[in-house]
Design a protein around this ligand. Sequence first.
Ligand SMILES: NC(=O)c1ccc[n+]([C@@H]2O[C@H](COP(=O)([O-])OP(=O)(O)OC[C@H]3O[C@@H](n4cnc5c(N)ncnc54)[C@H](OP(=O)(O)O)[C@@H]3O)[C@@H](O)[C@H]2O)c1
Length: 317
Amino acid sequence: MELRFVGNSGLQVSAIGLGTNNFGGRTDEAGSIRVVKAAIEHGITAIDTANVYGGGLSEGIIGKAIKGERHKLVIMTKAGMRYGQGPHEGGASRLHLIQAVETSLKKLGTDYIDLFQIHFPDSLTPIEETLRALDDMVHQGKIRYIGSSNYLGWQSCEAAWTSRSLGLNSFISIQPHYSLYHRVPERELVGFCKAYNVGIIPYYPLAKGLLTGKYRSGEEPAEGTRLHDVRFQGILNDANYEVLGKLEKFAGDRDHTVLELAFAWLLARPQVSTVIAGATKPEQVQANAAAADWRLTQEEVAELDLITERYIADPIE
Ligand SMILES: NC(=O)c1ccc[n+]([C@@H]2O[C@H](COP(=O)([O-])OP(=O)(O)OC[C@H]3O[C@@H](n4cnc5c(N)ncnc54)[C@H](OP(=O)(O)O)[C@@H]3O)[C@@H](O)[C@H]2O)c1
């Protein structure tokens, strides 16, 4: 498995990472532990979670799954998403972040978090307060590196300059929604990340499973799959299937699958550090880990960019 540096830092992560927002929710504890063990077996070192995933259960499950292996792994968690009505049940205030880190450390069964990410920008808390709280926790040894998630280009730039002016640790990464079907980061964020050497950790890389190729036009999604849930079925439309057909042909002509293409295209984009796909079964994580081996040429990337160009202005959600 290829290792990549995260932005302008010495932190190295596996090119394919593991997302875990299904742990403790759609995937039960035993199934989740099997997925983590398969990920480690196939060379994945980067595991992404958040205090709110699986209704708060994901971190605890990971803690159990990584016992004895923790030192080999890069544990990336987050806080900041709102989970209650109380003033500090979410957000990026000093008060909430310190509480959240203490809770995450206990659940994960570790005494440090490798990459601690702010889940969403918080317009009610000054960025200086957020960055000072994070910097303090880096100095206390509770956090090794800090990152952001869902920040816009200007918010990322404001954070970078705040850290720089005050001599604080700065975000080494950002986690945006990014895939062949959702290319919004290319409007502005990627330009910022290139200029400031910030690593990109794309989420929803498989477009919630559409890019696995297991959904077919005119067929009901199989029971138990993510898109069997009617709430997500809006993306299963003719226009998206037409593009899927082109992507499948492109991959098939090169003896690859569209799943492998989804990873290979992201890994060919500037600044991408690790691509975190969720998995509900060990065999999925094995297939995803194998995708790291395909390197696209510049010409191939340009062709794919053209096929999916519409998803810069009009992405799927
Ligand atoms: N920062 C944020 O705001 C944010 C938001 C969302 C997610 N995330 C992170 O990003 C991660 C990835 O997102 P995601 O897991 O929701 O979406 P995703 O990677 O686009 O889709 C993953 C889903 O596709 C299916 N799948 C995965 N590998 C497969 C394979 N090899 N063959 C067939 N099906 C396969 C699985 O679903 P089924 O088996 O159920 O069909 C899996 O749950 C999350 O786990 C989380 O860590 C971050």
